[in-house]
Design a protein around this ligand. Structure first.
Ligand SMILES: [Zn+2]
Length: 328
């Protein structure tokens, strides 16, 4: 498999150096699986430092939080009995219930724990994440049983305002329905052979490959969808309902390590998506978002929003090198 990159050179007369001529370069890379292109900028930093005190934000948002232990029973919806007999799904400390704002036929929210309103990424431990993912797997199984046509399942997360999260209390979101999302449709077109070729190619190249944790491969995306993006691929598994406990443990441990890395980089806000893809292989994508601060610079500009193309200033090879340091 060829990993295509084109180096683009441009010149400016730089005001920071008396308007002397200065050469700048960037790469335009093509994702070999999806055809998406991405721009990797050299020698720049797109983000300001984080400035928001997360503990203060936690204090401000705790009064009235519907996901905290003293309100969750009254303030969150329940599933009808034909979907989930008990109304909500509980695994360990995780509690899963329907989303008040449905983005699909079945939509769920699952908090890591009603007692953990303030849970920073470094505190999202493998057991907390595993139990929450297990609750989402149970939701996918329940909705499939209730409605077999709901075969497009995914597990997702927004964390902190830059990611699109509207409620501070950390949680995952699940989705299941008869319609794939655009990305699920694209990924469903990736054959198992193409996935295998991709993993072989990246393993040989080595610079973006992070680890194999058993049955799950972890690597920095060659042409990322966003900053700091890491992918995990579970060969032979296509669906959220097909995740066994061992793979769930691997996904939890690897993701927990990545979130701690993002926090260390001063980028606690993140998105993740675990895409179920009938006929293809299940994959996870995790990326960090803009630093949490008032009047922050969004990492989603005209390029990302209107052209579906990310510009990143941290090279995927540097993401992989940093992730290898912290990986379990
Ligand atoms: Zn809360």
């Amino acid at each position: 498999m060829r990993l295509e990159t084109e180096t683009v050179r441009t010149e400016i007369l730089d005001p920071r150096a008396g308007h002397a001529r200065r050469s700048l370069t960037l790469e335009v890379r093509t994702d070999p699986l999806t055809g998406h292109t991405a721009r990797v900028l050299h020698d720049v930093e797109l983000f300001p430092e984080a400035s928001e005190d997360l503990a203060a934000l936690a204090r401000r948002t705790r009064p009235g939080c519907p996901f905290c232990a003293d309100r969750i029973e009254q303030a969150t919806p329940r599933f009808p009995p034909e979907v989930v007999a008990e109304g909500r799904i509980r695994v360990g400390e995780a509690v899963l219930f329907p989303n008040l704002l449905p983005y699909g036929r079945f939509a769920s929210v699952s908090v890591y724990s009603p007692r953990l309103h303030h849970l920073e990424p470094a505190g999202i431990t493998p057991p907390l994440l595993r139990d929450n993912l297990a609750a989402q797997r149970a939701f996918a199984i329940a909705t499939r049983r209730a409605e077999p046509a709901s075969r497009w399942a995914s597990i997702n997360a927004n964390y902190m305002p830059p990611s699109g999260s509207s409620i501070f209390h950390p949680h995952l979101q699940g989705s299941a329905g008869s319609q794939p999302t655009t990305m699920q449709r694209i990924l469903a077109g990736v054959t198992p052979d193409a996935w295998g070729d991709y993993l072989d190619t990246e393993r040989r190249a080595g610079t973006r490959y992070i680890a194999c944790t058993g049955r799950v491969h972890w690597l920095a995306a060659f042409a990322p969808l966003g900053p700091g993006e890491v992918r995990a691929v579970a060969p032979g598994i296509s669906d959220v309902v097909g995740l066994d406990d061992g793979v769930l443990d691997e996904l939890a441990a690897g993701t927990s390590a990545l979130l701690a890395l993002y926090a260390r980089l001063g980028r606690p806000s993140f998105n993740l998506a675990l895409y179920g893809c009938p006929g293809s292989w299940l994959s996870l994508r995790v990326m960090h978002r803009s630093p949490v601060r008032a009047y922050y610079r969004s990492d989603v500009t005209w390029l990302e929003r209107m052209h579906l193309e990310a510009a990143v200033s941290l090279a995927p090879e540097d993401v992989a090198a940093a992730a290898r340091e912290v990986f379990p």
